[in-house]
Design a protein around this ligand. Structure first.
Ligand SMILES: Nc1ncnc2c1ncn2[C@@H]1O[C@H](COP(=O)(O)OP(=O)(O)OP(=O)(O)O)[C@@H](O)[C@H]1O
Ligand SMILES: [Mg+2]
Length: 231
C-alpha cells in the first residue's frame, strides 16, 4: 500500500519582478523530485515561465508535474486544497506583486513561504511589502508557518551585496522572518537549465550549483520537518 502524500505547500513570492522566484522554484522542485518526492509545480503567474520551463522537451527532463492554474484567483486556495491530497510537495511560483489574489490565496494555505530576492537596493526596498503580506496571511489563516528570505544571483565577492543581506537580516520589523544562510549564487547553470527544461542535477559541469541547491533543499526540508529525501 502506498503512503499518503505529505501535501506540503511552499509558496515562492515577492512584490518585485525578476528576482529569481521562478528559477528558485524550478531548481528546488527538480531537486526534491530527484530526491524521490512526488512534486507539483503550481504556476500562478500568467507569464507561465515555470510552465514553459517544465514543458520543454515535452516535460521529459523534469521530475515534477505542472499545474497551470493561474486563472483561479481567490479560489486558488480551494484548488490547492484538493491537490495536497495527491502530491508530497507543491511548489507555488507566484506572479510579481503582492496584490495578486492568487498569491494571497496560496499564502493562506501554505506550510512555508520563501521570498527570493536579489540584493540591489531596488530589490531589497521591495522586501517589506512581501514580508508584511506574509505576516498578514499568517495572522488571517492562523497558520504559524515559517517565512524566509532567500538571496538569489548572489555575488559573494561584492561587499555591497553582503552588506545588503546583512541589513535584511537585521530588519527589526520582521525578526521572525530572517534570510536563510543558504543562498543561490549568480550561476549560469541555474539559468541554462531552463533551456533544457531541467534542473542543475541533470546539467553537465554544474557541481558547485548542485552543492548549493542541495544545501538550500536541506534547509527547506528542515523547515518543513520532513526528511531530506523520501524514505
Ligand atoms: N541564481 C541565479 N543565478 C543567475 N541568474 C539568475 C539566478 N536567479 C535568477 N536569475 C536570472 O534572473 C532573471 C529573473 O529570474 P526569474 O525569472 O527566476 O525571476 P522571477 O522573479 O520569477 O521573475 P518574474 O517576476 O518575471 O516572474 C532571469 O534572467 C534568471 O535567469
Ligand atoms: Mg517568475
Amino acid at each position: 500500500m502506498s503512503k499518503k502524500p505529505l501535501g506540503k505547500i511552499i509558496t515562492l513570492f515577492n512584490q518585485k519582478g525578476g528576482v529569481g522566484k521562478t528559477t528558485t522554484t524550478c531548481q528546488l522542485a527538480g531537486t526534491f523530485g530527484h530526491r524521490g518526492y512526488d512534486v507539483l509545480v503550481a504556476d500562478l503567474d500568467a507569464q507561465q515561465t515555470a510552465g514553459a520551463w517544465l514543458s520543454r522537451q515535452g516535460g521529459a527532463n523534469f521530475p515534477a508535474t505542472l499545474w497551470t492554474g493561474y486563472r483561479y484567483k481567490e479560489s486558488t486556495a480551494a484548488e490547492l486544497g484538493k491537490l495536497v491530497a495527491k502530491y508530497d510537495l507543491i511548489f507555488v511560483d507566484c506572479a510579481p506583486s503582492v496584490d495578486q489574489p492568487n498569491t494571497w490565496a496560496s499564502l493562506l494555505v501554505s506550510d512555508l513561504a520563501l521570498i527570493p530576492t536579489k540584493l540591489s537596493p531596488a530589490d531589497t526596498d521591495a522586501l517589506p511589502a512581501a514580508l508584511a503580506l506574509a505576516k498578514k496571511a499568517r495572522q488571517t489563516s492562523g497558520l504559524d508557518y515559517p517565512v524566509r528570505v532567500v538571496a538569489t544571483a548572489f555575488r559573494k565577492n561584492r561587499p555591497d551585496e553582503r552588506m545588503a543581506l546583512d541589513v535584511v537580516g537585521k530588519d527589526k520589523n520582521f525578526p521572525e522572518f530572517p534570510p536563510l544562510k543558504e543562498v543561490l549564487s549568480d550561476r549560469v547553470a541555474y539559468t541554462r537549465s531552463m533551456l533544457y527544461g531541467t534542473f542543475v542535477h541533470r546539467m553537465p559541469n554544474a557541481k558547485d550549483a548542485i552543492v548549493e541547491i542541495d544545501a538550500l533543499a536541506d534547509a527547506v526540508a528542515a523547515l518543513l520537518k520532513i526528511p531530506a529525501s523520501k524514505e
